[in-house]
Design a protein around this ligand. Structure first.
Ligand code: ADE
Length: 236
């Protein structure tokens, strides 16, 4: 998979996406991520990329042209149009289901907004969908783009050692993950649940499902409700 991020702060995205599992996958060539400086695509002699809003109001608006030039340069490299997402608090809220969908794609282009927004005409021209990472407003789309990229990239082939690494965890099957334990067996007089030491795979799986259900019911009653409704539907 290849992800292109168009931003005024490429170093911000690079700082996050060069580390840990995603950074390693990039070095191994399992994943291509490019962070583009939109300012490099302006024809303005002062390298301006924004201007005051028509109709008046606070702040500056990012201009269409530099973004369009950046997008076109990426399209030319790919020989195709990438699935294009604008990161904005106005978008639909990101979740694991959307991450799974996006992980099936070959090319994604992420546009990070800044200032008071982006000229609507470029959004109408290139954007396939708008995504928010939650109901709060950040200073720009860079952290949201890095969050989305991390969530999507870890499900691409070759990034994690096996699909089981993400198929078992919180949100994947509609439940939160069961508790995990590691050595030592007793820590500050607290023992690891004995079933986990039993080597009995069926009992362990049952215990984990029971814990997942309990935790989800307590912490995310909305997810629990949806899971139960869905399982009832599947049994009909
Ligand atoms: N830009 C600013 N806030 C954002 C958010 N919550 N999600 C996506 N992009 C954003």
């Amino acid at each position: 998979m290849r992800i292109d991020i168009a931003t005024l702060f490429p170093e911000m995205c690079e700082a996050i996406l060069s580390e840990s599992i995603v950074g390693r996958a990039r070095k191994k060539g399992e994943l291509e991520i490019y962070c583009h400086q939109i300012r490099d695509y302006t024809n303005d002699k002062h390298r301006r990329v924004d201007d005051i809003p028509y109709g008046g109001g606070m702040g500056m608006v990012m201009q269409a042209d530099p973004i369009y030039n950046c997008y076109n340069a990426v399209c030319e490299q790919l020989g195709a149009k990438p699935h294009t997402i604008y990161m904005t608090p106005k978008g639909s809220v990101f979740n694991q289901k959307k991450a799974v969908q996006l992980a099936q794609l070959d090319n994604i282009f992420l546009l990070c907004g800044h200032y008071e927004g982006v000229d609507q005409r470029i959004l109408d021209k290139i954007v396939d969908e708008e995504i928010s990472i939650g109901d709060y407003v950040l200073t720009g789309g860079e952290l949201p783009a890095a969050v989305l990229t991390d969530a999507v990239a870890r499900m691409c082939d070759g990034v994690l050692s096996s699909p089981e690494c993400f198929q078992d965890e919180s949100h994947f099957g509609g439940l939160l993950e069961y508790p995990q334990y590691t050595r030592p067996e007793i820590w500050q007089e607290e023992a690891v649940p004995s079933v986990l030491l039993s080597g009995h795979h069926k009992n362990i799986a049952e215990w984990r499902l029971k814990k997942s259900l309990e935790i989800t019911k307590e912490k995310r009653p909305d997810m629990y409700e949806a899971y139960i409704n869905n399982s009832e539907k599947c049994q009909k």
